[in-house]
Design a protein around this ligand. Structure first.
Ligand code: FAD
Length: 317
């Protein structure tokens, strides 16, 4: 079922989770082990992230090095199919522009359609590690909106090769990313919002946000979206803060601010277990306030911390 239908039919706040594909070589059981403790909350869907390949140097037998492209976390499409089959719950694959040309993207979308997957989250992706800026693949997309338009075309039966006129259409519900604290490359929040509105005007059915730790930033973002004429559901993305290290890692990687009160409490902790307690309590309060505000869904980035997310959701639902 489409995310937009889940939301339209909901009588109360929904819950959903996001998982990462396991590192290459691990079995699908690692995904089930991760999700099993969370399934009692009857999530409306599970998102599965997509990871582009990275350039690595591998030593050859003669001692010289060769550059190889390695995808450390493959399997997004297969994991989505496995999750749907195993739990009878909708799975939402993330589809990225980075590392793919349009033909590869078209083939992947056809696979998803054959698997009965109704939803995709259309994203640009980030620049590869050690590269300063995002560059599209030759024959690929520069921005998420271009990917979204390709998916829309498939939904209308328009394939890349104009001579293909077999009448086959997909019917994907397309979500896009939004940033309460602005996307880090955007020159200012107004311009970022203009591009977000363009994605919605091009057919995005809902917005899923980057994580944030200060609800006031989310509320201001929703207000700005509504003022700009963005009327689709906005789903908050939530993550527990669980270690001192994250005080510097999260701002660096995800370009989010951490509130002073939360940072101070974390700095006082003697170990990660104390940090987890503080992070859990913070996320419970954040979630309760968002639920009260009337968000359609609470979406949790589980990122290796299913137990913490479980403790939070138990207190909120
Ligand atoms: P876009 O919407 O294309 O925006 C990128 C930047 O370009 C922004 O600064 C925007 O303001 C600007 N912009 C947009 N359109 C235009 C235009 N026409 N002209 C000029 N500038 C423009 N990454 C992954 O690799 N895999 C994942 O699974 C993944 N999942 C994510 C899930 C969520 C909910 C979120 C919030 C992010 C996720 N990301 C993921 C990270 C995401 O790929 C990065 O944040 C990326 O840098 C931007 O993606 P986007 O889809 O927001 O890009």
């Amino acid at each position: 079922m489409k995310i937009t239908q889940h939301i339209a039919q909901a009588k109360d706040t929904l819950v959903s989770f996001e998982v990462l594909p396991p590192l290459k070589g691990k079995s699908i059981n690692s995904i089930y082990d991760h999700l099993d403790p969370l399934m009692e909350f009857k999530p409306s869907w599970i998102n599965v992230t997509y990871h582009r390949s990275e350039s690595m140097f591998k030593k050859k037998a003669d001692g010289t090095f060769e550059k190889v492209e390695v995808r450390k976390r493959p399997g997004t499409v297969g994991i989505c199919a496995a999750i749907m089959n195993h739990y009878q719950v909708d799975a939402v694959p993330h589809i990225i522009c980075g590392g793919f040309n349009m033909r590869e993207t078209e083939d992947a979308l056809i696979d998803l359609n054959f698997l009965g997957i109704d939803n995709v989250l259309a994203l640009r992706g980030d620049a590869p590690k050690n590269e300063a800026s995002f560059d599209a693949e030759p024959g690929g997309h520069n921005y998420a909106i271009d990917l979204l338009k390709q998916i829309n075309n498939l939904n209308s039966g328009i394939y890349l090769d104009e001579d293909i006129q077999n009448g086959g259409k997909t019917d994907f519900c397309i979500g896009v990313a939004g940033y309460p604290e602005k996307h880090f490359e955007a020159p200012n929040p107004e311009i970022d919002l203009r591009y977000l509105k363009a994605k919605v005007d091009a057919g995005a059915g809902y917005i899923m946000t980057q994580m944030f730790f200060d609800n006031q930033k989310f509320f201001a973002f929703v207000e700005a979206c509504r003022k700009a004429g963005i009327n689709v559901p906005i789903i908050p993305g939530l993550k527990p803060l669980t270690s001192k290290k994250q005080l510097s890692v999260l701002p660096r990687i995800f370009h989010v601010d951490l509130p002073t009160e939360l940072s101070n409490e974390i700095m006082k902790c003697k170990n990660d277990s104390e940090c987890e307690q503080v992070g859990t309590e913070w996320l419970i309060q954040q979630s309760k306030e968002l639920k009260e505000y009337g968000v359609p869904v609470l979406h949790y980035y589980t990122l290796g911390k299913p137990k913490v997310v479980r403790d939070v959701v138990k207190q909120v639902f």
